[in-house]
Design a binder for this molecule. Structure first.
Ligand code: NAD
Length: 292
């Protein structure tokens, strides 16, 4: 089976290399020339237009920044007369409603679309140990299972189109709110004179524990390393997807709204590319205290 990879960024590049290492014939495209050069050196055939990928591959895999870009790439591929691909696996984090709209459009060209957002970060992508949350028809899932197993350790077929994006969005909504709450709580504790080791030990063994406490405190906050993990900009985008989805359902989301404003403030302060733990740095600056 020939794979066509569109989007060779922080996630897409290591994922593309996993496909090459697994022995797949890979046809690749990214708007960035540097990324095209890198994947060509690794053994892929590269092209200068997304549309070319649809003519060469059986299955297209996309890993793109947002739904607007996925939309334009789909238009380019659909605009080509010759279309070999009949399956599209979209790894991008997008709103469920966008996934449903993309599936409908691609159906016109007899292409079966699955939203398959991932969790596990750049490290998981490089090691092929991502968690994959797939939404789409049973038959398509069975057809692409081998491909998903190259990049993921845990593969969940959550339901129909949109279900993968839905669970990913819910997870990242919680992650964003947990991070925002932890940043305020840790700075509050520091103002009271509590040290970080004490907070880590006791909260880690109490009901306030979370991924933020268990992973982010030892690996980022304790080390005063606020970069290289999950970027504030991406978390902000993912919270935005939840806000957009809630708005469409006329559902108030108080926690989400507050978290969005905290991440917006961090972006305004120039922390957009830093890890989400940079919220701690922001709160420290506000309260003139260091969490240590
Ligand atoms: P990235 O910005 O590093 O990569 C995106 C790539 O898409 C870039 O190489 C860019 O040049 C390319 N691109 C942009 N427009 C294009 C177009 N029109 N045609 C072809 N290529 C185009 O982003 P990333 O971190 O790799 O994330 C990709 C997706 O995965 C996002 O939806 C993100 O939310 C999601 N995600 C990221 C992480 C993470 O830790 N980075 C984790 C899970 C999910």
């Amino acid at each position: 089976m020939k794979i066509g990879m569109i989007g060779l960024g922080a996630m897409g590049m290591p994922i593309a290399k996993c496909f090459l290492n697994a022995g797949y014939e890979l046809h690749a495209f990214d708007v960035a020339g540097k990324a095209r050069e890198e994947i060509e050196k690794a053994g892929a055939a590269v092209y200068h237009e997304a549309g070319d990928i649809g003519e060469k591959a059986d299955v297209i895999v996309s890993s793109l920044p947002n739904a607007a870009i996925v939309d334009s790439v789909i238009s380019e591929v659909m605009g080509k007369k010759e279309l070999r691909a009949d399956t599209w696996i979209d790894l991008s984090s997008i709103a469920p409603a966008s996934a449903v709209a993309f599936a409908k459009r691609l159906e016109e060209k007899s292409v079966s679309y699955m939203d398959c957002p991932v969790s596990g970060g750049v490290q998981g992508a490089a090691q092929g140990t991502l968690t994959v949350m797939a939404g789409g028809p049973d038959g398509t899932f069975e057809k692409v299972r081998d491909i998903l197993e190259v990049i993921g350790k845990k593969i969940y077929h959550v339901g129909g189109v949109g279900a993968g994006s839905g669970i990913k969005m819910v997870n990242n909504f919680m992650l964003g709110c947990n991070m925002a709450a932890a940043a305020e709580a840790l700075v509050l504790g520091s103002k009271l004179g509590l040290d970080l080791d004490t907070m880590y030990e006791i909260i880690g063994n109490s009901s306030g524990r979370s991924f933020i406490v268990e992973n982010k405190i030892p690996n980022f906050i304790k080390k005063r390393k606020f970069s290289g993990g999950f970027a504030i900009d991406l978390q902000y985008k993912d919270l935005g997807l939840a806000m957009e989805t809630a708005r469409a359902l006329s559902m108030p989301v108080h926690m989400g709204s507050t978290a969005v404003q905290m991440f917006e403030t961090a972006r305004a302060k120039g922390y957009g590319r830093d890890d989400i733990t940079a919220l701690v740095k922001m709160e420290e600056e506000l309260m003139d205290v260091e969490v240590k």
